[in-house]
Structure formats: structure tokens, C-alpha cells
Design a protein around this ligand. Sequence first.
Ligand code: ZN
Length: 209
Amino acid sequence: MLASDFSRGAAEVASIKNHGADWVHLDVMDGAFVPNISFGPVVIESLRKHSDLPFDTHLMIERPERYIADFAAAGSDYLTIHYEGNVHLDRTLNLIKEHRVKAGISIVPSTPVDALKEILHLVDLVLVMSVNPGFGGQKMIPSTLKKITRLKDLREECGYTYLISVDGGVNLDTVSSIIEAGVDVAVTGSAFFGAEDRTRFVQRMKGLP
Ligand code: ZN
């Protein structure tokens, strides 16, 4: 949603389903964890009324434990927090689950997948940031592909069940490489909202004829 036209929020969020995409991804930024400020639970709650797709809320905020209840109540289906800067991840991930919301963990490009080993059994989603978070419209950092494959191997080895998601620089040029690497969920922003034909864009992203 970060790349959508917020003056037309209801229509934009509805257009995600209407054009054949499967999830709504919401980038929450606090101006501290990342330089930008985006939106909070009030906006998510108001968008919630206009879509029945899963709401995938990505919290790029400091001390996310303060706001888990609010973002859960706003209608998030997934709440994804960052590994970086958050000490008590085990506690915060369990707090998310207590609110009956699926728990996700995200890493920025400089964080290795293996840093997550102690919490992977707790999560429903691992979100690999393929750009440095904070702005839309950036190019994908190449080490992303190795991280996806590593997550896939760990899931297989250990019998975990998380989905692997990629966020940043995902478009028609990069989608086949991330699918090949083993991604389950591809997040697009400007590539979707800026597409001339959004339906065709989603079909091509999914590899449909
Ligand atoms: Zn995101």
C-alpha cells in the first residue's frame, strides 16, 4: 500500500483483489527505525473495511511490542517485526500470537539468516528485505537470493512451516529469480500501483499466460 494513492485509499486497497493479487502488504514506518513516516493502526483499520484479503502488516518501528495490540485490533492477519534493534524477540513474537495474529520476523540486507536460528520455530513468516528499508522504488540487493535458499533449506532440515517473503525491488525483471530461489510471497509496491495494466501485471508476476 505504501506506493498507492492514499487520497483514494479505499479504491486502491480494493484494486489489489480486483486485479488478482492475494495479500495486502502494509509498511508501517515510525521515522526512527527507518527515516520515513508512513501510517499507523488508524489507517489500517479504515482500509480493512474495503478488502477481505489477508492484511500483512510490516512493522518498521522501534519497540514494536508497544503497539502489537493496536495493530492486531486494526485487523492485521500477519504482524511482522524486525530482528534488528529488538532484544526480546521471543517475547514479542509470542505476544503477537496471543492476539491470534500470525507472527513474522524480518531482516534487513546486512543481517544474515542464521541470526534467526533461535526463533525460526516460532514464526509463520520470514520477510527478507531485499533493499534497505524506508523508501519505495529501490533496486533489489543480489544477496537476497542466497538468503531465500538458506531459509528454504533450514525449513526443510528442521521441519518448520514459515512462509518465505521478499520485500523490495520485486518486479517483472526480478520475480523469476526469487521464485527459483524458493520464495512463497512476493511483495510489490510501485511495480503494481504504477503498472499500466494491473491485472496483466499480476498475471505476469504469477507466470500465468
Ligand atoms: Zn514491507
